[in-house]
Design a protein around this ligand. Structure first.
Ligand SMILES: C[S@@+](CC[C@H](N)C(=O)[O-])C[C@H]1O[C@@H](n2cnc3c(N)ncnc32)[C@H](O)[C@@H]1O
Length: 160
């Protein structure tokens, strides 16, 4: 069993409060239409849907985390960011919160996120991750970063 499947029962207790705070910072800095479609890349237990007032879709590789996201009523599916089963430009806004440092093939994932997203992509990057520098540079090479927020443990990038 993979790490996130194993810790699924305690995930919200461990991370929910901190992640909801980051998501609120993200929301405050975005202007989102109610009719917009938002994709939550690596959605975990899917609590981001409580924050955003628009159409929500999420995916994650962890079956056990997804079970919880489904129970919370989320439109979620199992996938990895390296291979997103969605059409080109089918998403208005993607968020990718505390996920990129877990991804094996960053180039593939960034290409896929770019392919499916029409407008804005928000990356929240864990500053203490070993590969933070590499990830930050890669995001800068794939996207135009319009805004950066230095938020406690994360650097939040608003890109397109
Ligand atoms: C720290 S959790 C963050 C979850 C959620 N975004 C949140 O804010 O609570 C990292 C998530 O990345 C997911 N993940 C790991 N590898 C992934 C991949 N290749 N593509 C998409 N998500 C992945 C994990 O299953 C886990 O749910």
């Amino acid at each position: 069993m993979k790490y996130y499947d194993q810790i699924s029962d305690g995930y919200d207790e461990l991370h929910r409060e901190e992640q909801l705070r980051k998501l609120s910072v993200i929301k405050t800095n975005l202007s989102i239409d109610r009719s917009a479609v938002l994709l939550d890349v690596g959605c975990g237990t899917g609590f981001a849907q409580e924050i955003f007032d628009c159409e929500y879709v999420g995916f994650d590789p962890s079956f056990e985390l997804l079970k919880k996201a489904k129970k919370a009523g989320g439109r979620v599916f199992q996938a990895i960011a390296e291979q997103i089963p969605l059409k080109d430009n089918s998403i208005d806004i993607s968020i990718c919160v505390s996920v990129l440092h877990h991804i094996k093939d960053l180039d593939k994932a960034l290409n896929e996120i770019k392919r499916v997203t029409r407008k804005i992509i928000v990356f929240s990057l864990f500053k203490k991750s070993k590969c933070f520098g590499e990830i930050r540079n890669k995001v800068g090479s794939y996207f135009k970063v319009d805004k950066i927020i230095n938020d406690d443990k994360d650097l939040i990038l608003f890109a397109r």
